[in-house]
Structures are given as structure tokens and as C-alpha cells.
Design a protein. Structure first.
Length: 115
């Protein structure tokens, strides 16, 4: 009996198998979905994604959590590649990445489906 070599990691689906996400695509999507799955984090992200230039952290108020928690959520959004930032004097300014803009459009579509 001849053993078949495992499929290369870049192949998503073997011929004849139902279509679906391959492991790398599923893992990448899970990282993005996890980043926006928290309601507070999603609100922060949507505020940042709505700006045309950048948003100063001093303008992020009233999200219902403490400042250290806001910092934690912003860090998670940066790690997921959805936002970027830079320090300008005393304050840090945030803006959506291109990926963040795409995810924001997808999340907005999902939110309208449930409305």
C-alpha cells in the first residue's frame, strides 16, 4: 500500500472536498473576529474607524470602562492590525489601517443584518 504525502500547507481544500476555510484562513479570520468580539472593544474600534484622519486618545471618553481597560483594548486592536497609532506630544493618536477599514465595513454590514 502506498502512503500519500500530506497536502502542502498552502492548499486550502483537497479536490472534491466541500469548500470552506482552510486552516490558515480560519486562524487569520479568528484573530480578527476575536479582536472585535468584545462590545467595548468594538465600540472603540468603530469610533476610530469612523475618523478620516486620526483620533486623539483624549477624545475617547465614556465607553464605560477605566482608562487601563481602554489601553488594553487599544493594544489588542493594534496587535490584530486593525488600528495604528503615534505619539504626538503628550497624546497618542489612533487611526484605522486599511485592514481595519475593511473589517469596519464588514462589521457594519453584520450589524445591519440584525437590525
Amino acid at each position: 500500500m502506498t502512503k500519500l504525502a500530506p497536502a502542502p500547507a498552502t492548499d486550502c481544500c483537497a479536490p472534491g472536498e466541500p469548500a470552506g476555510l482552510c486552516v490558515p484562513d480560519a486562524e487569520a479570520a479568528a484573530v480578527l473576529l476575536k479582536a472585535v468580539a468584545d462590545p467595548v472593544r468594538l465600540r472603540l474600534f468603530s469610533r476610530i474607524a469612523a475618523v478620516t484622519d486620526s483620533l486623539c486618545v483624549c477624545d475617547i471618553q465614556d465607553v464605560g470602562v477605566s482608562q487601563p481597560t481602554v489601553s488594553h483594548h487599544l493594544k489588542k486592536l493594534r496587535e490584530a492590525g486593525l488600528i495604528d497609532c503615534e505619539r504626538r506630544g503628550t497624546w497618542v493618536h489612533y487611526w484605522p489601517t486599511e485592514l481595519g477599514k475593511e473589517v469596519n465595513r464588514a462589521v457594519s454590514t453584520l450589524a445591519r443584518l440584525r437590525a
